[in-house]
Design a protein around this ligand. Structure first.
Ligand code: MEV
Length: 433
């Protein structure tokens, strides 16, 4: 395969057939990585001494497979998507879906303004009556500009970059196990940072003044991971003909996918698994880029239950032309400055491969990855099931676990699949023989 041919397009036919070293070389050329950055991909990543500075009681590091997903065309631009994940099939599946969506013109995606929510819990407001709560809310509104200025003073660098405090909202809860409370939301634009530190500093700073203004007592002061003001949206369309399988016409595949989505819209038991499939992709990009995947997980699942019933994050439907269309919006508090993004050497290289210029662009890309990952899962489930393909990849892990050498892994895995007996004991026997 000519490397030069593929440059600037994320279509990398035959990429999976290359050796590890050839893949690293190709991605290095694609993303214009220097030798040191390419060496990071080849295994020269986070060192124990760096880990020791990142967490307490460090012992060493924990590695995960890192790959790139191909075929992503988003808002007219090609992306190679770095993903760190231990689960077989994830990269192949998402690349396949991205290719299908590419055939329909690629993804369109966007992110909202990066407005986060910091929460302050206020108790002992007057006698807890509705009138006293309303008076406290009014007092906070009167002092709105002063509180916003106080919050802005905490992080001048974010304010310089155009971010900062945007508003104050008050939510009364009259009936809680500990009596009435007011929850104050500080809306805060964190620009290209995920912003947890900026938000937490801001709410801790304004809390004493909030207590003075209202005569109440503050307890918790912390950001909310339900970042429903900071969302990303992805859309894709697949011409029905592209979905054609040897034994199922494309328009039928489109209908089966829409039916699968409807299952996850009405049934929380299915929705949990459906959304897990979305997060398979999003988490892998979060991890590769050094973002806080627990925050993204928390936000996604809370958002999926925003109507009071947990449901699918995606919407897949057949349009008037018989084509399959998909759309998803979800909270996406990711950053490209600060945190592990700038400390972890592999995250830095992953960011360079991705080539995004803002947190909003990263959020939009991640939403596309989630939508594509979901399509791959429900298309497989709605047609031939996932186990056949999955077991083929699983067999390689079993062969590895049984102690197969690099040269033996594929042959042992093929034999396990052919025998329909994908077990470590059998793999060990095959290695011995
Ligand atoms: C497995 O990791 C993810 C799936 O279960 C997602 C789904 O069921 O939609 C295949």
């Amino acid at each position: 395969m000519e490397i030069a041919e593929a440059v600037k397009s994320s279509r990398l036919p035959g990429f999976y057939k290359l050796s590890l070293a050839e893949r690293v070389a190709m991605v290095a050329e694609w993303a214009e990585l220097c030798d040191a950055e390419a060496a990071v991909l080849a295994g020269d990543g986070l060192q124990p001494a760096q880990a020791d500075l990142m967490i307490e009681n460090a012992l060493g590091t924990y590695a995960l497979p890192l790959g790139v997903a191909a075929n992503f065309l988003i808002n007219g631009r090609d992306y190679l998507i770095p993903m760190a994940v231990e689960e077989p099939s994830v990269l192949a599946a998402v690349s396949h879906s991205a290719k299908l969506i590419r055939a329909g013109g690629g993804f369109t995606a966007e992110a909202s303004e990066p407005v986060m929510i910091g929460q302050i819990q206020l108790l002992d407001v007057g006698d807890g009556s509705a009138a006293d709560m309303a008076a406290a809310a009014l007092a906070l509104d009167t002092h709105r500009d002063e509180l916003l200025a106080l919050a802005d003073a905490c992080s001048p660098s974010i304010v310089r970059r155009g971010g900062g405090a945007r508003g104050i909202e008050v939510r009364p809860f009259s009936d809680t196990p500990v009596g009435p409370m007011l929850i104050i939301h500080l809306l805060y634009d964190t620009r290209d940072a995920m912003g947890a530190n900026a938000i937490n500093t801001a709410v801790e700073t304004i809390a004493p003044r909030v207590a003075e203004i209202t005569g109440g007592r503050t307890n918790l002061r912390i950001l909310s991971n339900l970042t429903d003001r900071r969302t990303a949206t992805a859309r894709g369309r697949i011409p029905a003909a592209e979905l054609t399988l040897p034994d199922i016409p494309g328009d039928e595949v489109a209908r089966l996918v829409a039916e699968a989505n409807a299952f996850a819209v009405v049934d929380p038991y299915r929705a949990a698994t459906h959304n897990k499939g979305i997060m398979n992709g999003i988490d892998a990009v979060c991890i590769a880029t050094g973002n806080d995947w627990r925050a993204i997980e928390a936000g996604a699942h809370a958002y999926a239950a925003r109507d009071g019933r947990y449901r699918a994050l995606t919407d897949w439907y057949v349009d008037d032309h018989g084509d399959l269309c998909g759309e998803m919006t979800l909270p996406m508090a990711v950053g490209i400055v600060g945190g592990a993004t700038k400390v972890h050497p592999t995250a830095q290289v992953a960011m360079k491969i991705l080539g995004v210029e803002s947190a909003g662009e990263l959020a939009a890309v991640m939403a596309c990855v989630g939508l594509a990952q979901n399509l791959a899962a429900i298309k497989a489930l709605a047609t031939h099931g996932i186990q056949k393909g999955h077991m083929r990849l699983h067999a390689r892990q079993i062969a590895l676990a049984a102690g197969a050498t690099d040269g033996q892994v594929q042959a042992i895995a093929d034999r396990l699949v052919a025998e329909g007996n994908i077990r470590v004991e059998r793999a060990k026997e095959l290695i011995r023989n």
